[in-house]
Design a protein around this ligand. Sequence first.
Ligand SMILES: NC(=O)c1ccc[n+]([C@@H]2O[C@H](COP(=O)([O-])OP(=O)(O)OC[C@H]3O[C@@H](n4cnc5c(N)ncnc54)[C@H](O)[C@@H]3O)[C@@H](O)[C@H]2O)c1
Length: 251
Amino acid sequence: MTRRFGGRRVLVTGGSRGIGADVAVAFAREGAAVAVNGRSRSDALEDVIRRCEEAGGHGIAAVGDVSDADEAVHVVRTAREQLGGLDVLVNNAGTLDESPLEEMPVEQWDAMVASDLRSVYLCTHEALPGMREQGWGRVVNVTSQLAVKGAPGMAHYSAAKAGVIGFTRSLAREVAAHGVLVNAVAPGPVDTDMTGDLDDEWKQQKTAELPLGRFARVEEITPSVLLLAASPDGDVYVGQTLHPNSGDVMP
Ligand SMILES: NC(=O)c1ccc[n+]([C@@H]2O[C@H](COP(=O)([O-])OP(=O)(O)OC[C@H]3O[C@@H](n4cnc5c(N)ncnc54)[C@H](O)[C@@H]3O)[C@@H](O)[C@H]2O)c1
């Protein structure tokens, strides 16, 4: 087995379940030391850390709400201090809910922008100086195909995720010359708890629209994240967004 991430130190936000959990364990399987972020020290978070260890890597918890400025700094510092530095940041944490815009209170808008866009700024802002100093770093932002396609009831989510793509492009131009590459992955529908919470009618309709005829599995998203964090495999991706999306959008 290739161990592309031997010696690398990785932080995955929102890593206690879904895409983030699979990404964390996959990094560990390839030799990385992984800080797994969750909002609290839950059984699910402990389980992902155990799976990282069993996979042959190393796992630690970095607990905190990454949409909160102080807690995001604490999360990144915990990762850096306990792992002895930070090479890869995967900004994966996110939430999803729906509401027609006219029924969407400003609190719901702000909460979405905080969890899905502000968190990306906060964690990257704290992680970046160390990466620049060591002359090597990778930031992979998990956005969504809805940033490109849009969907009724998801103006807040689509706006936040489109913001992540803009952030990715600008920051990539700013820091590539310092050895820090910033890219994004925009999954289509994936079978996780996030989509499990949506209603069955929506899921059936969504499935019918997909050229592939099915949602992706988390382990089909992970390789895109790992590619963008790997050297030399991912070294020419700068400010790009990969689209593992079952063919729903073809940007
Ligand atoms: N599932 C999909 O169909 C899909 C499609 C496109 C994009 N995405 C994106 O992929 C990422 C992961 O989604 P998922 O399907 O695995 O979702 P999920 O709900 O299963 O997992 C998301 C994790 O992030 C955590 N999280 C959310 N906000 C947080 C915060 N402020 N601080 C710390 N942790 C926080 C949650 O507690 C949860 O553990 C999200 O950014 C999501 O928007 C998912």
